[in-house]
Design a protein around this ligand. Structure first.
Ligand code: TA6
Length: 313
């Protein structure tokens, strides 16, 4: 690890040592991770990607958020699992094909700005994405794009996330964003997704054909769907873990549902061959027809709250 990276950890420890609910580790040299443990839950957040890696309320025997057991921490590579931040585009960049998939927020090094303890013992963490490498490169090819990004996490009985985008430039910008949340499940065939009934979705595996969701969604094969104008709470019923994960959202008009299934799992170097069986992505997003247009000075907040309760059979 470079000396600069070692200093970073020491500086973080010193700057935020007053809060005894947090400490810092390195996922591997140069990849600082904030570990949180309070009266409600344990969690961890990677400064690389600015993303949450884990969340487990003390009430839960199993983690709520899934992280690959073959996760790779490597520069320019997104972390497989947790809640990667897709921004300022989703999927490939239609205008600049050589740009990284899902944008550059999830492969940038973020700064920890503040940690505070709220009245009921929840821990709030505020992070900011400085415009470095990828961001600067993107501004070089897209000079009118001057947009600032920050995120806050509140770790409590629930997990609350606010992804805030601010157009600091002098021209309108169009962008997409998503909290690409990986949820930990007992077995993909034991879960049911509610809250999408009647929504129009794009099936990315069927040449983006649009269809209407009928009732709840069960996953029986590779699934990659973008639900449009979908801002209901999404409920993930897991009969194996006898729990219900509720994903409520504001400022997120799309919902993305993804499971790679067996063959695609096998093709990914950072996912075990059986990884697909214990995860499902339910993403709070603004993509496709729900893309965002931000005028100069305008802010946007994508909010999601993740909560867990016993499944009522
Ligand atoms: O959110 C679903 C999706 O867009 C899928 O198409 C798949 O590519 C997934 O994201 C994971 O993308 P990643 O770049 O993290 O491998």
């Amino acid at each position: 690890m470079s000396e600069i990276k070692r200093i970073m950890i020491n500086q973080l420890q010193q700057k935020f040592s007053s809060n005894d609910s947090i400490y810092f580790v390195e996922a591997r040299p140069g990849f600082p991770v904030i570990k949180i443990s309070n009266k409600w839950a344990t969690a961890s957040i990677s400064l690389y990607g600015g993303q949450l890696l884990s969340f487990q309320p003390h009430s839960q025997e199993q983690p709520v958020i899934w992280l690959s057991d073959k996760v790779i921490f490597k520069k320019d590579k997104a972390i497989r699992g947790g809640i990667p931040l897709c921004w300022p585009w989703f999927g490939s960049n239609e205008q600049f094909e050589d740009q990284p998939a899902h944008g550059y927020a999830r492969i940038s090094l973020w700064e920890l700005i503040n940690i505070s303890t709220l009245a009921n013992g929840e821990i709030k963490l505020e992070l900011h994405m400085p415009c470095q490498q990828y961001c600067q490169e993107y501004q070089n090819i897209n000079p009118s794009f001057h947009v600032d990004l920050s995120i806050s996490y509140i770790i409590g009985q629930e997990l609350a996330i606010d992804l805030r985008t601010h157009n600091t430039g002098d021209t309108p910008v169009i962008l997409s964003n998503a909290l690409h949340s990986y949820f930990n499940v007992s077995h993909i065939e034991d879960v049911s997704v509610l809250g999408l009934d009647g929504a129009t979705f794009i099936d990315k595996l069927l040449s983006a054909k649009k269809q209407i969701q009928n009732g709840s969604l069960q996953i029986k094969k590779e699934t990659d769907r973008i639900y449009l104008d979908s801002n209901n709470d999404i409920i993930l019923n897991d009969s194996g873990y006898k729990r219900q994960i509720n994903v409520s959202k504001k400022g997120a008009d799309s919902t993305v549902v993804w499971n790679p299934w067996q063959q695609k799992s096998h093709s990914m170097d950072d996912m075990s061959d059986n990884g697909w069986k214990s995860m499902i992505c339910i993403e709070s997003a603004n993509v496709d027809i729900n893309k965002l247009k931000l005028n100069p000075g305008q802010n946007h907040r994508l909010h999601t709250t993740i909560s867990v309760k016993k499944l009522v059979e």
